[in-house]
Design a protein around this ligand. Structure first.
Ligand code: GLU
Length: 358
């Protein structure tokens, strides 16, 4: 059947079509845009079978994770990228550099309003702190994981991911550096640490307290982040192909200096002492560290305790031995700051200042 339309009718139809297309476009672009960078972890973990608690972390893809929270599509237009798919105990400096560089590229994209990074909880505090020191934007960056694998009864991943996406589009989350959310809580990258091997409430911020709470995407912040990070940080990964080697030595009763001597002979650039109490160790271990400092290895005293402050010159004479005190940073975070610090200087006084400033 032939439909004859006047020129005027055809123009009207064209204009109407144009309006429909424009309306759709503006509807789509009115939702904020979130990029999910996926790295693996238990949130992407799959049980070996229905009954067994055993599971393989880093199995489900970024798309699978988003499919498990269809409600999140109402919060934002979500795009995904798989950076790696590993249990975070396998995190490496090389992946950190790739992730940080990609994060900065994504943050520069005017079409991205916020970023969510899915990650295992084992080393999330380290990655979060590293990224908070080298990411250059005020846009929200939210790290999220889960304690139960994606196939578990009452898996916590989907709700945690929903909260992370809600935070990534929350104006109030801007300028706070990298945030970590899990179990309806929000933590600052510098403060957060894993405190329980399996509990849903594993993340704590023992020294300065958690940043806030989030229920079904509705966030409340209790405090402002402290010290330097993000745009105010002087550290950058732009020109870095690798990070200086920094290792951690654990203190315990009767600890000797063999491990320290081994590391120094291997040529490490820095050693962090996970000290007893306020960064203490046996005379033998301290003598080993003092000799290492004399050979130009940066020595940072931190604590294995999990909270509190390691101050200078309390039971150990840092001035005389050439050591640096980690302040509030636990050993794994003190290592992150030392690696970045050593990209700028080897002067123990300047390195010490980083521990006051960051
Ligand atoms: N080892 C796993 C990981 O860090 C388990 C911890 C988790 O993701 O909750 O990837």
């Amino acid at each position: 059947m032939k439909v004859i339309r006047s020129r005027r009718q055809r123009v009207c139809i064209l204009i109407a079509l144009l309006f429909v297309v424009l309306a759709r476009e503006s509807n789509a672009s009115s939702r904020p845009k979130v990029r999910v960078l996926s790295t693996g972890g238990t949130i992407a973990g799959v049980q070996l079978n229905d009954e067994a608690p055993a599971y393989r972390a880093g199995t489900a893809s970024a798309e699978d994770l988003i499919r498990a929270v269809p409600q999140a599509k109402k919060l934002a237009d979500i795009s995904v990228e798989q950076i790696c798919n590993i249990g975070s105990q396998k995190m490496k400096n090389s992946i950190w550099l790739t992730l940080a560089k990609r994060l900065n590229e994504v943050l520069k994209d005017p079409d991205v309003d916020g970023v969510v990074i899915t990650h295992g909880t084992d080393t999330m505090e380290e990655t979060a702190y590293f990224l908070s020191l080298v990411s250059k934007s005020d846009k929200p960056v939210v790290m999220v994981g889960s304690m139960r694998p994606s196939t578990a009864i009452s898996a916590d991943g989907p709700m945690n991911l929903y909260n992370a996406i809600a935070l990534a589009v929350n104006r109030n989350a801007k300028g706070r550096g990298v945030l970590v959310t899990l179990n309806d809580e929000i933590h600052y990258a510098r403060e957060v640490e894993k405190s329980n091997t399996t509990g849903l409430n594993t993340f704590v911020s023992p020294n300065r307290g958690r940043a806030g709470l989030i229920q079904a995407g509705d966030a409340v912040f209790f405090s402002e982040p402290s010290l330097k990070y993000g745009l105010r940080s002087e550290f950058s990964v732009d020109l870095l192909a690798e990070l200086p080697q920094v290792e951690i030595v654990y203190a315990y009763s009767n600890v000797g200096r063999d491990t320290i001597d081994y590391l120094v002979n291997k040529g490490v650039r820095g050693i962090v002492l996970a000290g007893a109490g306020e960064g203490n160790a046996t005379d033998e271990a301290l003598a080993g560290l003092q000799d290492a400092a004399k050979r130009g290895v940066a020595i940072v005293r931190s604590s294995r305790v999990g909270s509190g402050i390691v101050r200078r010159n309390i039971e150990v004479n840092d001035d005389r031995m050439g050591f640096i005190a980690s302040g509030e940073l636990n050993p794994q975070k003190a290592r992150v700051l030392l690696m970045l610090g050593l990209t700028m200087t080897t002067d123990p006084n300047k390195l010490q200042n980083y521990y006051y400033e960051y």
